[in-house]
Design a protein around this ligand. Structure first.
Ligand code: ZN
Length: 326
């Protein structure tokens, strides 16, 4: 499905089968002598067909097509190398590109596995996650010569539009939004979503993902955005949504803190089990393992946040970190 959102900017809906996000918004900007495609979808046939069909409807000539990705997640970058034109470029923030190259080539990494193990995640469950993570199977298989890193503040001009990259770390280490100041249009990627809350997890070598995310939100909240084009689902009121996201994270941080207070000496895996989640499961024990992995990662980013601000402390017992309120 293709729709023109404003003159020469089109949204192509790319379905994400069996994924709670449901669809990815890929944006196509028609230029004068080149076109720009923002984000692509998972590397899987259903996504490839939908994107191919959408681009065909728009009469997109691959020879004119550059690609810009908001962040390294597979549902955004997974098919970049398949849809870039011959000899054309794929732009990804230099931070995410480096992260992908060095740490995360295949989506999951040993450091994170070790961290989760030390936070009480059972070994047999980790084994399942590392063998079945769908985001991992549908990721870019390699970084080609087409990939180019961009810096915070770099600009891309396509036809009447000039997009400025704004680094907004948190959702991923090098997550970016693209701001068209003249027309007041913001491509928000997964930094600001409207009917779902962006997942903020713990990243290897990043000390404070949630703190970074909240700082990033603060840094962009006063921009005069008229139209937000998010990475998934529907758009909405930019400022109001940012306020909601602050309130949401405040409540989550508080919830995590209250659990640590109530159950001193509990590990992250079990603390995550006491938090509330929008997942259809009868209990923490019957949570799908992959969802548990997301939940524990998210819980961990909240515990890191609290610990770095002196609200909780952790100590190791038999190789597992357990938490106490300070
Ligand atoms: Zn994402």
């Amino acid at each position: 499905m293709v729709e023109e959102v404003v003159k020469n900017i089109y949204r192509i809906s790319v379905p994400l089968p069996q994924n709670p996000l449901k669809e990815l918004n890929s944006y196509f900007i028609k230029g004068d002598d080149s076109d720009l495609l923002i984000d692509t979808g998972f590397r899987r046939p259903e996504c490839a067909e939908a994107l191919e069909q959408g681009l065909k409807e728009l009469g997109s000539d691959p020879a004119r097509r550059d690609i810009l990705v908001t962040h390294l997640h597979s549902d955004h970058s997974g098919m970049a190398d398949m849809f870039v034109g011959p000899g054309r470029k794929i732009y990804m923030s230099e931070v995410d590109l480096e992260y992908k190259r060095r740490i995360l080539f295949c989506g999951l990494n040993e450091q994170k596995r070790e961290r989760l193990r030390s936070e009480g995640f059972p070994e047999d469950a980790l084994e399942i996650v590392y063998n079945t993570n769908p985001a991992d199977k549908m990721a870019l298989p390699a970084l080609t010569d087409a990939f180019h890193g961009f810096k915070d503040g770099d600009t891309f001009t396509v036809g009447e539009y000039t997009l400025k990259a704004i680094f907004t770390p948190g959702h991923t280490p090098g997550n970016s939004m693209f701001w068209i100041e003249k027309q007041g249009i913001m491509f928000s990627g997964d930094h600001i979503l409207f009917d779902i809350t962006p997942n903020i997890t713990q990243w290897s070598e990043v000390e404070d993902s949630l703190g970074d995310y909240l700082e990033s939100l603060k840094s962009v909240k006063d921009l005069p955005v008229k139209l937000t084009l998010p990475g998934h689902r529907k758009t909405g009121d930019y400022k109001a949504r940012i306020e909601e996201l602050f309130v949401h994270h405040d409540a989550r941080i508080n919830e995590a803190f209250e659990i640590v207070k109530k159950y001193p000496g509990m590990n992250t895996h079990d603390i995550a089990g006491k938090m509330t989640w929008k997942i259809r499961a009868d209990s923490w024990e019957t949570f799908p393992v992959i969802q548990k992995w997301f939940a524990v990662g998210e819980c961990l980013s909240h515990l890191d946040y609290l610990r770095l601000r002196g609200k909780v402390r952790k100590e190791q017992q038999n190789g597992i970190w357990v938490y106490y309120a300070v």
